[in-house]
Ligand binder design. Structure first.
Ligand code: IMP
Ligand code: MG
Length: 183
């Protein structure tokens, strides 16, 4: 059976960037006077969001990257998380914001935040572009949220389905349907 994937725009680029600007302004004022703020970009989904956000925060920014993989399929995470690429530098004593693409069940983030906390940063916050609160299984505190969205599978602006669609400039809803042959 041939499956057809279609993407329909859910959040257009202008709305995304306008919201990113607001989040950046909020962060700038919350961390006013902070000598250095470290953004941790969770690869690969947060790359687009992190760069747009970082450019708009009016504070000295450092970036570091981490890649984690949860044992599970593409659509559902299991909560058991493996570090594929760790941070290059220490976060001890630093002001840190973890930048995520989406919080779904919350399992990945709950694990990650505990692990980062044990490295003793001065402060640790979470900023996510998207949140699907209806899907939450594990409680995670999110300090900065771009958009709350319904329980739909979304792609674009960094988010993927089987590594595809990351480079779409908008957030789109992915639908997968059977290709019905017409005789
Ligand atoms: P959680 O541990 O269930 O919160 O999983 C979060 C991760 O699942 C995200 O970082 C994404 O990689 C992936 N994910 C969850 N929902 C979506 C979606 O709608 N589109 C693309 N990836 C998603
Ligand atoms: Mg992810």
């Amino acid at each position: 059976m041939e499956m057809v994937e279609t993407v329909s725009v859910m959040i257009p680029e202008e709305r995304l960037l306008a919201r990113v600007r607001e989040l950046a302004e909020e962060i700038t004022s919350d961390y006013a006077g902070c000598e250095e703020l470290k953004l941790i970009c969770i690869l690969k989904g947060s790359v687009f969001f992190t760069t747009e956000l970082a450019k708009r925060i009016d504070l000295p920014i450092k970036l570091d990257f981490m890649s984690v993989s949860s044992y599970g399929d593409d659509v559902e995470s299991s909560g058991r998380v493996r570090i594929v690429k760790d941070l290059d530098e220490t976060i001890r004593g630093q002001h840190v914001i973890v930048v995520e693409d989406i919080v779904d069940s919350g399992r990945t983030l709950a694990f990650l935040l505990e692990m980062l906390k044990s490295r003793q940063p001065e402060s640790l916050a979470l900023c996510t572009l998207l949140d699907k609160p209806s899907r939450r299984v594990t409680d995670v505190k999110v300090q900065y949220t771009g958009f709350e969205i319904p329980d739909e599978f979304v792609v674009g602006f960094g988010l993927d389905y089987a590594q595809k669609y990351r480079a779409l400039p908008y957030i789109g809803k992915l639908s997968i349907t059977e290709d019905v042959e017409v005789e």
